[in-house]
Each structure stands twice: as C-alpha cells, then as structure tokens.
Ligand binder design. Structure first.
Ligand code: PEP
Ligand code: MG
Length: 545
C-alpha cells in the first residue's frame, strides 16, 4: 500500500481503479521519416478511424446541436485541401504524420480565424478539434471526452474547467490532481458534482498507476493505492457511516429553511448545466441562486446560438416550476477559457478581459444570451445576474442594452418576460459603492470566491497561496455586512453564492448579519438547512469584526 497526501476539496470516500488522463494539449514533435509512404498510410488509417468515431458520435447525438457539429467535423476530415496539405508536409518535409496534421491544423485554423464571416471564423475551432482527434489516434493517447468506458478514479496533473465539465459524471468516482487550488472552478465543479476530490496530491502520474486499485478520502485529502485489507475496511466503514449521516439529512427534505424564530431564508442551489438539475431535486433546493451559464459555452466547440441557449434556460425554468432561477450571464475568461473566443493570453487573467468586460466589448455575444434569457423568462420565475461589476456605469450600460434587446424582441413579436436584474458583488469596488449599485439592482449576490481573491490579493488559482486564501478574514466579513446593510437600506435582498455560503461554521453568523439568501452546491443544501433550522436570531451573538 502507498499513501499520498493532498488537500481534500470535496468530502466523501470512493474506491475503484485509477485512470490517468493527460491535459488537453498533446505535445507534437517533428520526427524525420524517410518512409513517407508509410506515414501517409498512418494518416489515412487515422482518418478512417476518426471518421468512424465521428459517425458513432453523430448517431449518439441524433437531432442535437452536437450532431450538426460532428457532421461538420466529418466533412472537414474528408476535405481534399486538408488531406492534400497533410500529405504535402509529409512528402516535402519528410515529416511524421502527427507533425503534418498538427501544422495543417494550425494553418487552417489561422486562416479561418482571420475570415470576416462569423460562421467561417467559428470553423477555426472545428479544424483544431479534428486535428487533435487525428493526433490522439496517431499517438495512441486517447483523451477524448467520451473515452471513459468504466467507472474510475481520475488521476491527472491538472484539470481545467472545460475538461472537467466534459467528463462523463456517471463514470467518475473521484478526482485526484497533482496541481490545482481548493478555490479553482475545477474544485467548485467537483463539489457541484459531489465527487470526492483531492488537489495538490504529490504523486508521480506515471502510466504504471493506470488501472491500480485505489481509495480516495476526500475528507483527509489522502489517496491510498492498493490499500491493505485493514485500511480498506476502515475506509469502507467510514463510507458506510457517511451514507447513514446523509440519510438523516434527507429527513429535512420538504421542510422549510427557516430559523427557530421564524425567519425564512432563501436556500438555493448553484448549477452549471442541465445535468445538475437532478441533484437540485434530490436535495430539495428552494430555487437556483446561481446558474453559471458560461459552462454551456465551455462544453462546446463553438458559440451556442440563441435557440440552443433558449432551450436550456427554458428547460431549467420549467423544471423549477415557479421556483426562482437566477441565470448569471457569461463569466468567461480567467481560468474559464473556450478556444473559440480567441482570447489573447494575459499576464493577469483574473484581472483581465473577463465576464461583463467581454460582454460590454462584444455586445453581439451578450445580446444573444440576453435574448435567450428574456425569452425563457416567460416559462418560469427567471432572474438575471451580472458578474464582475466594478462600476456604476457598467450596470447602467447593461440595462440600456437589456432595454434595447427588449425593444427588438417586441418589434419581432417574440414573447419575453420583464425579469429582475441583480448583480454579483465580488469586487472590493462593488462593495464600496454597494449603496449606489443598490439603486440600480433588484438584488445582490455576493461572490465570496472572487471577493476573497481580490480583497486579499490572493490568486484563487494558485495552489501556493491556498493557505493565505481566507474567506473568514475580518475584511471579508466586514464587507459582507456592508453589502447587506446597503441592500436593506435600498429595500433589496442580499445573498451569498460563493463557496462561503455553504460553510456551516459561519451560517449562524451570516444569518445574524441579516443575509437573506444562501446559494450553495446542491449536495450542501440539506446540511445548510439543518444549520438554519437550529439558529435562533433572537439570541444575540455580538461578534466584532
Ligand atoms: C464567486 O466568485 O464567488 C462566484 C460565485 O463566482 P465564480 O466562483 O463562478 O467566479
Ligand atoms: Mg466569481
């Protein structure tokens, strides 16, 4: 037995076999080959295999947007210019097939990216995607999102959010990464999926570990490889007790999230995709307090159009049957990158071109999303929420755009709802002007993940600074109080949708500070409900921060 330690970011115990996965980028080296004909044959065989994979994917996704994308990929992989370019590079440079595909992919994708037509521009990501598929086949490194055949424990150097969101949840027993911080979106996604997870696990991810039996203890952050019988039975006993505790929490389903003295708290769930809805119902959330809509974009190779977004938002609104659904507009950028946005690499991405900054600079992308949300509002109790606000002009400008989009929808005789618009308070600037922002917003939702990062000057992505990332810091608690007070003075509600909302060591304090809403990962709903129901606001607990 070998034991490796890291930081547990989602509790729970899982046992199964290890599956090592690489990162999205495959390193391609140019290797001189005199046997050009056999390289061309390798390319031809890889093309046939890729085509057959794509046809299977078309079949599995029949009638969906994905099917249309895979069909485009089939056409591209059969394109005579593409094939000719690869064969030319193999012949003229005596290069290996992988390198020829890589170079062709890069050249074609650059050509597409520079085209004026938006549709053609968007093909840039497709050509990259088919080239990656071919390279994976040629190198035998299959890290395709559909590659998980059996249930397994994922072991990786690191996982980016777009990789994590594309994994088949049904097959993932646990995540273990060598790098990664406790506050990254990948960790948040793992919590949303309620999958035991460890980051910063100091282990060498060599292929000999593939398939070995392991147990992940997400509570202690320990990974046991080939555990001995005694350890295994202790861990399985812990897993059993865990299940018992969870069963007790299920008694709280259907009960109100209300304090002993009768204050009702909005206890909502954070979701990132339609597939999270099941967990929302299992855990009896009172609504959705944060729908991270950018994950819709991360799951794709191209911009989701208005109809596709509309269908998703409508489904959520209808499924929640009158309960609140707060859709946060696109918060792409920083660690959440989608290739097809063609965002330039930045020195300081967390402080860079992200969220509403992109939406205000590229209003077409924003307007498409706004149209979809406003239209979906007809089918339920939908609100909209804007991330990364720092200035009053931003919300004023956003509201102008929203009014313009509404006028456009009216002219087109398309039904839409006049929905509430709230903002996230996740920058110190927004806290300091929250009195002014409260005049423009219908509600506040405090994003403590980013607020902690920006207030304490601690990069939430940097594992080296994890120990300095302290959402309990008095500066954060004082800021939360200031935001609540300013919201209440303006007659609007204030909630928390950052990870601190699920920190039950602080629930009583937050409730006594006057918080109105807590939005947490679905699996944490009942734990927080228990705490709310045990709190008596009439018993004053005066703490100074
Ligand atoms: C936050 O910053 O607290 C938040 C909820 O948004 P995200 O974690 O998606 O940045
Ligand atoms: Mg945030």
């Amino acid at each position: 037995m070998e034991i490796f330690s890291g930081k547990g970011v989602c509790g729970g115990i899982a046992s199964g076999s290890l599956k090592i996965i690489g990162n999205n980028e495959i390193q391609v080296r140019k290797i001189h080959s005199n046997d050009t004909e056999s390289e061309i044959k390798r390319f031809e065989d890889a093309r046939k295999k890729a085509l057959s994979e794509l046809k299977t994917l078309c079949g599995k996704n029949y009638g969906s947007t994905e099917e249309a994308i895979f069909e485009i990929h089939c056409m591209m992989i059969d394109d005579s210019d593409y094939i000719e370019s690869v064969e030319n590079i193999i012949r003229t440079q005596s290069a290996n097939a992988e390198y020829a595909v890589f170079l062709t992919g890069q050249r074609f994708s650059d050509i597409f990216a520079e085209m004026d037509d938006d549709y053609m521009k968007a093909r840039s990501a497709d050509v990259k995607d088919i080239s990656e598929r071919l390279i994976r086949i040629l190198t035998g490194k299959n890290n395709d999102k559909n590659f998980l055949t059996d249930k397994c424990i994922i072991l990786a150097e690191d996982l980016v959010p777009s990789q994590t969101i594309q994994l088949d949840k049904e097959k993932v027993l646990a995540f273990v990464t060598v790098h990664g911080s406790a506050n990254s979106h990948t960790a948040i996604l793992a919590r949303a999926m309620n999958i035991p997870s460890i980051v910063g696990c100091k282990i060498n991810t060599d292929s000999s570990l593939d398939g070995k039996t392991a147990v992940v203890d997400g509570y202690t952050g320990k990974l046991y490889i080939e555990p001995d019988e005694k350890t295994l039975s202790e861990l399985l006993e812990r897993q059993r007790q865990d299940g018992e505790k969870q069963k007790l929490l299920f008694d709280l389903k259907g009960k109100d999230s209300v304090t002993i003295d009768g204050k009702k708290i909005k206890l909502y769930a954070n979701i990132g995709s339609l597939s999270d809805l099941e967990s929302v119902f299992i855990n009896d959330a009172g609504g959705i307090g944060l729908f991270r809509s950018e994950f819709i974009y991360l799951e794709r190779d191209n911009f989701p159009d208005e109809e596709e977004q509309f269908r998703i938002y409508k489904k959520v609104a209808e499924a929640m049957a009158g309960k609140k659904v707060i859709i946060r507009t696109l918060d792409i950028g920083a660690d959440k990158q989608a290739d097809y946005f063609n965002l330039e690499k930045e020195e300081n991405p967390a402080m860079g071109f992200r969220a509403v900054r992109i939406c205000l600079s590229q209003p077409d992308i924003f307007r498409t999303q706004l149209r979809a949300i406003l239209r979906a509002g007809v089918f339920g109790n939908v609100s909209i929420m804007y991330p990364m606000i720092t200035s009053l002009w931003e919300i004023k400008r956003i509201k102008e755009i929203v009014n313009d989009v509404k006028r456009e929808l009216s002219d087109e005789k398309k039904a839409f709802a006049d929905i509430e618009q709230g903002i996230m308070i996740e920058t110190p600037a927004a806290v300091m002007i929250s009195d002014m922002l409260a005049e423009e917003a219908d509600f506040f939702s405090i994003g403590t993940n980013d607020l902690t990062q920006y207030t304490l000057a601690v990069d939430r992505q940097n594992e080296k600074t994890d120990d300095f990332y302290d959402p309990h810091h008095p500066a954060i608690i004082r800021m939360i109080q200031q935001v609540i007070d300013n919201a209440h003075s303006a007659g609007i509600w204030a909630g928390i949708c950052g990870e601190l909302g699920a920190d039950t060591s602080l629930t009583e304090t937050l409730l006594k500070m006057g918080i109105d809403e807590l939005s947490v990962s679905p699996s944490e709903i009942l734990k927080v409900r228990k705490c709310i129901r045990e709190t008596n606001l009439s018993i004053k607990k005066k703490e100074r921060y």
